[in-house]
Design a protein around this ligand. Sequence first.
Ligand code: C5P
Length: 234
Amino acid sequence: MANMKTMAPVITIDGPSGSGKGTISRQVARNLGFHLLDSGALYRLMGLYILQLAHDPQQPTDDELEQLARDMPVEFRAGKAGDVDILLDNQVVNDRLRTEQIGEMASRLAAMPAVRRGLLQRQRDFCRLPGLVADGRDMGTVVFPDAILKIYLDASQEARAERRRKQLIEKGENVSIAILLQDLRRRDQRDRNRKHAPLMPADDAVNIDSTELDIDQVVTIVMDIATERLSMRA
Ligand code: C5P
């Protein structure tokens, strides 16, 4: 058995859309000097990849889907100012991944066990020294069950919809809160009720409700627990 201390420690941050897990994960990874896995990006990449292959008139079988997920030509490359460029087939696709169409495809593909199987090892391959912060829906429950710290980050639907509205306003888009709430409820419903790897806290997760907290407050809470857990391994 591998020595615990020589294995890269993993911190998982799971939660629903708009809980702030992406921003929190980035900051915690930066503070600790750890690698970062944005697992949602892999499901979105799969959506974009399938769209690009749409010239193939045949619906892929489960085996083909699993193989596509395993082999899709993806690269995460350090970009400007600490950002990460995401490449599909050697093209930077960051902006294309963030559209509603791709989000919707990602969420449908994520309900397919063949896709989840195909992406499993790719996600585990991100685990390298000195450590990894992994964000998603099933990081603590399925992908990294031995993580040293599992955070489940949630917030009220209203707070999450309001955060999304602010992000869109910054991009020059104005969408009503009612529509955003409706989208959020649909996504939550699908993520929480799917049969395979549904969104739920791991039994040993630390639950944080960020409804009344700002980003810095959540980062401080996570960093305090992470520092304590890491010192216990030292
Ligand atoms: O986090 P993000 O919104 O980018 O994820 C896109 C979709 O991928 C989610 O709606 C969710 O259904 C799916 N997903 C998942 N498991 C993960 C990460 C994302 O099912 N670990």
